[in-house]
Design a protein around this ligand. Sequence first.
Ligand code: PMP
Length: 456
Amino acid sequence: MLPSPAFSQDFPPAEFSAGLRSQGLFERARAVFPDGTTRITVDRDPLPRYVSRGEGAYLVDVDGRRLLDLNANFTTLIHGHGFEPVIAAVERELRKGSCFANPTEAEVELASLLCERVPRLERIRFVNTGTEAVMFAIKAARAFTGRPCIAKIEGAYHGAYDWVEVAQASTPQDWGPADRPASTAYYHGMPASVLEDVVVLRFNDAAGTRRLLEERAGDIAAVLIDPMPSRAGLVAPEPEFLSTLQETARKHGILIIGDEVLNLRQGYHGVSARYGLEPDLFALGKIIGGGFPIGAIGGLSEIMAVFDSSRGRPLLPQGGTFSANPISMVAGHSAMVSLDRDALAHLEVLGSDLRKRLNDVITRTGAPLSITGAASLFRIHPRPTPPRDFREAYHAPTQARISKELTRFFVSHDIILPGGAAACLSTPMGEREIDAIVGVFEAFLAAKSALLEEIA
Ligand code: PMP
């Protein structure tokens, strides 16, 4: 049940932990998975919440608890769970077969829709995950330019390809000087050659970006950029930063890869178009699969020609057993058709309203918190002013505690709020859900004022 937006101090917080059935499943899981889970990103505080089903904006766990889902499988489910048009499309397609070595009409439909919507997305290839999309975009840039290196933003998440993992989890102990962010390893044993081939840039640092790109311009195939990197703070890009990055890249023949895996949802034409960035290549994923595995690489025809095998072996061969499987294609097409201008406008209004109301509460109470985000996305930061980059968004121990308490408090009140990543709204949400989020946030500030004093 949703809590009423009007909280009293003595509202009895429900237990934040998952229940007994989750506990039983986790015990079994620990016998078969290295830490009881199959991905590091699974929330466990203190144990994972096993899900029984989703219902629109909500999910129901195996213990029967119903929660508002602001995670939506890491922003994938823009129409929430069990979206009827997707179910119908998948049911129809499943009867015809789930995968073939041959192409299907479904892939042409989804590709056409995406190429029509996103400027400079002239040609496209489908894969199965955002990781693969980013990987092939980087390989395409290397194949096109003949250069080995990439540049990326400190703290930005782009999936699990080695080069993009560099400096993904830097800390104050190893991130190096402000004007020269270190290429830090993400996993034990990461080859030194990988670290050497990555130039790390600070988000919103226009001058530093120009200087660092120019220093190694002849070696850099592409600069990889998510215009609002969620794990690096979900920070808004400053126009001068993006324009400097773009000018410098163009001047030196460095390609721009727009990672829109998460942020395509910011607009009908995508996130780069929203902020005036003009990528040469794109990586897409998440929402374009309607809840099924997907990724896509796209961009200017001249560059995408590296995949062209019509005249023999291409510069960059690319395959994949499940790539462009018709189930992901029809699910994605159906979800994207429903994500029309009206649906995006609804999310835009809902998101601005939510961020404004959260900011109003902060101003009224003087709480040392801040809000970032755009369109259907938001993050609550345990710091009094919005961060400008990853280093500012980084949590010192007290901030980490506050962030954890915030997530716990929300779960106690039946709302799943991702910690350290973007929270998202979905099309089935309305005023009722916004009221609930704002109500729980207000109650949190009232209940945790002593803790918040520590960062004020
Ligand atoms: N790029 C960005 C910006 C992402 O947010 C993600 C996933 N969170 C990825 C790439 C990787 O996508 P996937 O998890 O589908 O491999």
